[in-house]
Ligand binder design. Structure first.
Ligand code: PHE
Length: 339
């Protein structure tokens, strides 16, 4: 009989484990604990046993009875807990929102630069990031042994190809494709074998400009850049042209804007200079015209090239160029709703 009681307990545990609802529980309860269960029958049979055996079996039967009741109470509490949890739906909670994306700050600035020049009659052109050494250097009057190549060390791909170090080779492509007069603006990605530090990145962006028409002068360049700088940075900005050198422009200039923090007086942000460099520019070099089959006696032009990262850093007050490329959502979220 003791074996039957143990089996009874095992069966009970097995069925209890399957219980999911109150109905299940009541059914198991009725089968193993109620008046209609086998417990009264066991008690009845107990009386027929000899005294010694009756004591042992009786003790075990009682333990099992108590255990079954306890396990049923536990199960009941478990079901109540689950029910309460299911019922607690807070209807005042806001729904789950899909996070909104944002334009990358470099995209915002590039689009704004392009929009300003489009409003001045420039058309957008693009060129490949894999460029020929010929277009990236030679056609721009930078021969193989020219020191200007050191400043633009590239990722060479072999076979006369490289990752372009600036957007200026698109000047060559555009001059070969279009017939003057024209005004083009060229946004694009560039590469240089530079360290990745607070002010350098081996991948960066430029916007190139090129205007070709008879009689174009430094005055046209200055006027255009002044209008551009004031539109982008605000009417209070002053623009300064400093003599400089590029093999593909003559004369060449470096363009500065007055510091937006000290208005030119000199502060920590501009290194005490009062001015911040934003681009290189100049009149198209006669040799560059000759390289694409134009007659420099009959046609003139100006070109400029600016670094988008630098302009974005100035515009948004970003201290480290690496922030643009780290994909830090907290940083990128700051530009939500712009553009
Ligand atoms: N390509 C030059 C650079 O990357 C910038 C530039 C463009 C200068 C056009 C003059 C004219 O530094």
């Amino acid at each position: 009989m003791i074996e039957e009681i143990e089996e009874y307990l095992r069966d009970f545990e097995g069925e209890l484990a399957q219980v999911l609802t109150r109905d299940d529980l009541n059914r198991v309860k009725g089968k193993y604990a109620g008046r209609k269960s086998r417990i009264p029958l066991f008690l009845e049979r107990l009386k027929t046993l000899p005294l010694e055996e009756r004591r042992v079996v009786g003790r075990r039967l009682n333990e099992v009875k108590v255990l079954i009741e306890e396990r049923l109470r536990e199960k009941e509490a478990e079901l109540s807990r689950k029910e309460r949890k299911r019922e607690f739906v807070d209807l005042s909670l806001p729904g789950r929102r899909h996070p909104l994306g944002a334009f990358h700050p470099l995209r915002l600035v590039m689009d704004e630069i392009v929009a300003i020049f489009r409003s001045l009659g420039f058309r957008v052109e693009e060129g490949p990031e894999i460029e020929t050494e010929l277009y990236n250097f030679e056609a721009l009057n930078i021969p193989a042994d020219h020191p200007a190549r050191d400043a633009q060390d590239s990722f060479y791909l072999g076979g006369g190809f490289l990752l372009r170090t600036h957007t200026s080779p698109v000047q060559i492509r555009v001059m070969k494709k279009l017939t003057p007069p024209f005004r083009v603006i060229v946004p694009g990605r560039c590469y240089r074998r530079d360290a990745f530090d607070a002010t350098h990145s081996p991948v960066f962006h430029q916007v190139e400009g090129l205007v070709v028409a008879p009689g174009i002068s430094m005055g046209d360049l200055k006027g255009t850049i002044e209008v551009f700088a004031r539109r982008l940075f605000g009417e209070k900005r002053k623009v300064r042209f400093r003599p400089s050198y590029f093999p593909f422009t003559e004369p060449s200039a470096e363009v500065d804007i007055s510091c937006g923090i000290c208005q030119g007086a000199g502060c920590r942000s501009c290194g005490g200079q009062g001015w911040l460099e934003i681009m290189g520019a100049g009149l198209v070099h006669p040799q560059v015209f000759r390289n694409v089959g134009y007659d420099p006696e009959k046609i003139q032009g100006f070109a400029f090239g600016m670094g988008v990262e630098r302009i974005a850093m100035l515009k948004f007050g970003i201290p480290d160029i690496r922030w643009f490329f780290e994909n830090d959502v907290a940083f990128l979220s700051a530009f939500k709703g712009l553009g």
